[in-house]
Design a protein around this ligand. Structure first.
Ligand SMILES: [Zn+2]
Length: 487
């Protein structure tokens, strides 16, 4: 058996002013064939999962390119086409193939391509023909278009948010595709379109129990795989919104898959537009809450300024508020500001300098802060763990203003884990309030050190409130912009 694997991924916030060219992929994560590390990244786990299975099963694995750009705005046409054609060329040269596996994200939008993954999968299908099994792993924050469902045999999305299961889902994908190629299964897919922009966290209820039940349904009664594509509301594309995908074995199980997809979709809709989402504190309210609570640190996520959502991560909103509370021991990070980092590195650790920082990338970033700061520490590369992967935030600096410590970075990435602070000498156990730039991926690692975790609404820029966004391409009706036709 001959198996090919490649990965092409990013998440596109079409409202973000940060544009993505090929160098954004090459800088963030770019592995030519065979150069992928032993550890997976968020969207390249099928490479690692396929390698491990090749070791035990003895098939021939041909590796293609694996690349990722940090979520941002539109991808350039040249970046997408050149990376796509690089991978398609590798597939052509690897023929004949029995299985083609992709690690995708599923929310990449390039100039002229609203459905990059559908385009890639359809072109791959045209090369390998109907007899080859095509499978892809998707982030749950994807646009589940009909084109990609039609082009692939098996699509498997992450189930967990935070995404603690990217390697497990890649293993599921590889297993389903290998068994399909061996003739054990005939996968068929059914999709229920919730006609809503929604989503839920699995670090809390009702999402936690819901996903545990989904997992228990798989591998029984003809149901092979169940995925919820939560969708990614920060994209003006036709297929934005939440969909349920059920993969069953054989046409005989199609009615069962269709009914299950609809039942799960209706259950999500029953939770209402917030999907059981937690209270989001306004900035001053958050400070008062941190002061009122027992223990420390109280960790707050600045959800709508998370680089993981394609925005800059340089909003000054919470820095301004924390500076109004000089008695409060606090830390905030990681803020994206390459210029300020270079100034701090030039001055060196221990220097006291006047610094202008953050609040630059967009009008929604707020105003820059001017302050006399002490450069606490600098590093050539701030590398932090996220589950089984390592993420680089690039050259970085920690600065101190009184009781407030601030982490500034050159690489735009989420604050996945405490080493974003502790590796720069900031002791989080001495902080009453810690603010992280992340939507929910911080949760697993920070829950181990936090006295309590909360979520912030600093007003943007992600879009925090979809009812205030003008969508030109989204199919309608679509709740909460319109009444939900299912309810
Ligand atoms: Zn995601």
């Amino acid at each position: 058996m001959r198996v090919f694997v490649a990965s092409l991924a990013t998440e596109t916030n079409t409202f973000s002013p940060l544009y993505v060219d090929r160098s954004a992929f090459e800088t963030a994560f770019y592995c030519p064939p065979g150069m992928h590390p032993d550890t997976p990244t968020l969207c390249s786990a099928p490479v690692v999962a396929a390698r491990r299975r090749a070791g035990t099963d003895g098939f021939t694995l041909i590796e293609g390119t694996a690349t990722w750009a940090e979520p941002a705005g539109l991808v350039s046409r040249d970046a997408y086409e050149s990376l796509r054609d690089e991978i398609l060329g590798q597939i052509e040269r690897a023929m004949p193939l029995d299985v083609v596996l992709f690690g995708l994200h599923g929310a990449m939008v390039a100039r002229g391509y609203d459905d990059c993954e559908g385009d890639l999968l359809a072109r791959a299908r045209a090369i390998v023909g109907p007899g080859c099994v095509i499978g892809a792993e998707l982030d749950m924050h994807c646009h589940l278009t009909d084109k990609r469902v039609a082009a692939a045999d098996v699509l498997v999305a992450f189930k967990e948010f935070p995404h603690t299961d990217f390697l497990k889902r890649a293993e599921d994908l590889v297993d389903l595709c290998l068994r399909t190629a061996r003739g054990e299964f005939e996968p068929v897919s059914e999709v229920f379109d919730c006609r809503a922009m929604s989503g839920f966290m699995t670090s809390r209820q009702p999402g936690r129990d819901f996903v545990d039940r989904m997992l228990a349904m798989e591998g029984r009664d003809g149901i092979l795989s169940v995925s919820i594509a939560h969708g990614f509301a920060a994209a003006d594309v036709y297929d934005v919104g939440t969909k349920v995908l059920v993969v069953a074995d054989g046409d005989a199980n199609r009615p069962k898959a269709k009914a299950l997809a609809e039942a799960l979709g209706r259950e999500i809709l029953g939770w209402g537009p917030s999907g059981g989402s937690p209270h989001h504190y306004k900035p001053e309210e958050a400070v008062a809450q941190a002061r009122a609570e027992e223990g420390q640190p109280i960790v707050f996520a600045d959800r709508w300024d998370s680089p993981g959502g394609g925005v800059a991560g340089d909003s000054s909103a919470m820095v301004e508020v924390l500076l109004r509370h000089p008695d409060l021991p606090a830390a905030i990070g990681a803020l994206w500001d390459p210029v300020a980092v270079s100034l701090c590195r030039g001055a060196g650790a221990g220097a006291e300098i006047p610094l202008r920082f953050c609040g630059k990338a967009a009008s929604t970033s707020g105003d820059p802060i001017d302050a006399v700061v002490t450069v606490r520490a600098t590093t050539d590369d701030l590398r932090i763990p996220f589950e089984q992967s390592w993420v680089s935030l690039g050259p970085a600096a920690a600065i101190t203003i009184g009781n407030l410590d601030i982490v500034l970075v050159t690489g735009r990435a989420q604050t996945f884990s405490p080493p974003a602070f502790t590796d720069l000498g900031i002791d989080l156990s001495r902080k009453k309030m810690v603010v992280v730039k992340s939507s929910n991926h911080f949760y697993a690692a920070f829950s181990k050190i936090a006295a309590k975790i909360h979520y912030l609404d600093t007003g943007g820029p992600y879009p925090a409130d979809v009812t205030k966004v003008t969508y030109h391409k989204a199919r309608r009706p679509l709740a909460p912009l319109d009444p939900n036709p299912w309810l």
